[in-house]
Design a protein around this ligand. Structure first.
Ligand code: CA
Length: 226
């Protein structure tokens, strides 16, 4: 089945352009030009992803997102006209999955859509992942070591999930960044090291395990044997 995308954007010409491009890429696209109508459509559960403009008449994009999140976890990519850190921060805080600043290259939007849909697909995959005494349940988003629950932040969870999905495979920092963070953080591959440290302190050190191994000059791997 084609993934269904809802565009909530008051600039009709721009919305039509995006609709054309997305349709060409094989998505099924619907449009709403007002915040309220967009919210109603998004809440219907008929869509796999919502592209939500921040600057909307009536109900702002941020308000649509806040209300939508009361009832729905449908993935949302915010379209913001200003390259403002505040917009990004408040958008991501209110539960957006990603944002993109206008004007953007359509290829960039397509890449972000693929990435967000991929992550959403992982979320709905409820296979429990295991290594050593560690279990991760993508459905309930719970991690436990020997049955003892471990509190992880969203990023720590996503990172651990990606490592577990690739158990036995050494992953480079660049690969991890692209898959877990979603796009290029040029020159910021040490973000991976920072989050690996967080995970190690919450899992390896707290439970005296050697779950995450460093492969010098390459990256990280989770193996089953201790
Ligand atoms: Ca607008």
């Amino acid at each position: 089945m084609k993934p269904r995308i809802l565009i909530i954007e008051d600039e009709e010409k721009f919305a039509r352009f995006v609709e054309m491009e997305l349709t060409y890429e094989g998505y099924e696209v619907s449009k709403a030009h007002h915040g309220r109508m967009g919210l109603e459509m998004a809440e219907s559960g008929d869509y796999d992803l919502v592209l939500l403009d921040v600057m909307l008449p009536g109900l702002s994009g941020m308000e649509v997102l806040r209300r939508l999140r009361r009832t729905s976890s449908v993935p949302v990519i915010m379209l913001t006209a200003r390259d403002s850190v505040m917009d990004k921060v408040s958008g991501l805080d209110s539960g957006a999955d990603d944002y993109i600043t206008k004007p953007f290259a359509i290829e960039e939007l397509l890449a972000r859509i693929r990435n967000v849909l991929r992550k959403a697909g992982l979320r709905s995959d409820t296979r429990v992942l295991k290594a050593q005494d560690v279990t991760l349940d993508p459905g309930s988003r719970q991690v436990a070591v020997g049955g003892v629950p471990v509190e992880l932040t969203k990023r720590e969870f996503d990172l651990l999930q990606y490592l577990l999905e690739n158990k036995g495979i050494v992953l480079s920092r660049e690969n991890i960044l692209e898959k877990v963070w979603g796009y290029d953080f040029e020159g910021e591959t040490n973000a991976v090291d920072v989050y690996i440290r967080f995970l190690r302190s919450k899992i390896d050190e707290a439970f005296d395990l050697k779950l995450i191994s460093t492969v010098r000059g390459v990256g990280y791997v989770i193996r089953d044997e201790k």
